[in-house]
Design a protein around this ligand. Structure first.
Ligand code: MN
Length: 153
């Protein structure tokens, strides 16, 4: 009888894919607005209580505008773009680190001509993100830079 195969402790990287790692949908289709973004779960260990994901946004794509209690620790691994963090729109490029504090509005957008790939560390157990109400969105759009950022859909 075959012995159960132990997972290889080294998973090779090529073209922003890792061996033995599924390329997944960002989240369930129709559950929230997003565009052209994929997810790979790189590490997930309840004992570690953390999960490390790699998200990749194609040119012109974006993650969901959301906020939640849990934090994000983000490392830009590929390309560049912009992100909304709370009341600010910031340019981001490869190797930048982005900290998203609890209950801070955030959204990542790839440039029109570049991919945006990033590692994102979160708690394994975490609360569900919420999206802005119409009023909260209006309040964000009071800032013209944020309005321009959100309008690129
Ligand atoms: Mn989030």
């Amino acid at each position: 009888m075959d012995k159960p195969q132990k997972p290889d402790p080294v998973r090779r990287f090529r073209d922003y894919r890792w061996d033995a790692t599924d390329l997944l949908a960002y989240k369930e289709e129709g559950s929230a607005p997003f565009k052209a973004i994929t997810r790979q779960t790189l590490f997930r260990d309840p004992a570690l209580r953390a999960e490390l994901r790699y998200f990749e946004v194609s040119p012109g794509g974006y993650s969901t505008l959301e906020r939640h209690e849990h934090m994000h620790a983000v490392l830009i691994l590929r390309g560049g773009g912009e992100c909304l963090i709370g009341g600010e729109v910031r340019k981001i490029q490869t190797n930048d680190l982005v900290s998203i504090a609890p209950w801070t509005w955030h959204q990542f957008r790839a440039s029109a001509d570049d991919h945006l790939g990033f590692l994102c560390m979160v708690n394994v157990e975490r609360d569900k993100p919420v999206q802005p109400t119409a009023e909260e969105r209006k309040a964000l759009e009071a800032d013209p830079r944020i309005a321009a950022f959100l309008k690129q859909d």
